[in-house]
Design a binder for this molecule. Structure first.
Ligand SMILES: [Fe+2]
Length: 163
């Protein structure tokens, strides 16, 4: 969640989201999976319950992004924030196992090129949706650029991530 939050902040920077909005982006990343434990057996409600829990605490824009990050809710990700959350969530899911595959198991070893390779290897981290990673294009970012942004965002917190 910390990783997704950091990537969301970096995306907000890249997309020139106003300074006062950035905190919302970081919070959405941090809190979007709050109902994870409760929705293990009813995944179509994943995101909906979180949004319910956070009602009144976060603006509707954020609640929408949280609902929409799970395609199974049927909520269309028709905002920049929702698209960013989907892409950030997916790319973090690719970065962490890629780092763990490195000889030193360190994030600092992972390059955009390493991610590209793992992206193409369909048997690697197979639950990570490549399609969701490619949502970066809807934000105007090419895949490689997106990988670089995400890696740069996580490097300063690699210790907290245990990578
Ligand atoms: Fe999720």
């Amino acid at each position: 969640m910390l990783a997704v939050s950091r990537i969301m902040e970096a995306l907000a920077d890249k997309l020139a989201i106003p300074e006062e909005e950035k905190g919302k982006w970081a919070l959405v990343g941090l809190l979007h999976d709050l109902d994870y434990e409760q929705t293990k057996d009813n995944f179509e409600e994943h995101g909906l319950i979180t949004a319910e829990m956070l009602k009144g605490e976060l603006p509707e824009e954020c609640l929408h992004a949280i609902r929409a990050h799970n395609a199974r809710t049927g909520v269309a990700p028709d905002s920049v924030m929702a698209k960013a959350l989907i892409a950030a969530d997916a790319v973090s899911g690719l970065i962490v196992p890629t780092a763990l595959m490195m000889p030193t198991r360190r994030l600092s070893e992972v390059k955009a090129k390493s991610l590209k390779k793992k992206f193409g290897d369909k048997s690697f981290a197979r639950t990570v949706s490549r399609e969701n990673i490619m949502v970066c294009e809807e934000l105007g970012l090419e895949r490689k650029e997106f990988f670089t942004i995400a890696l740069d965002a996580l490097l300063p917190i690699s210790e907290e991530l245990g990578l």
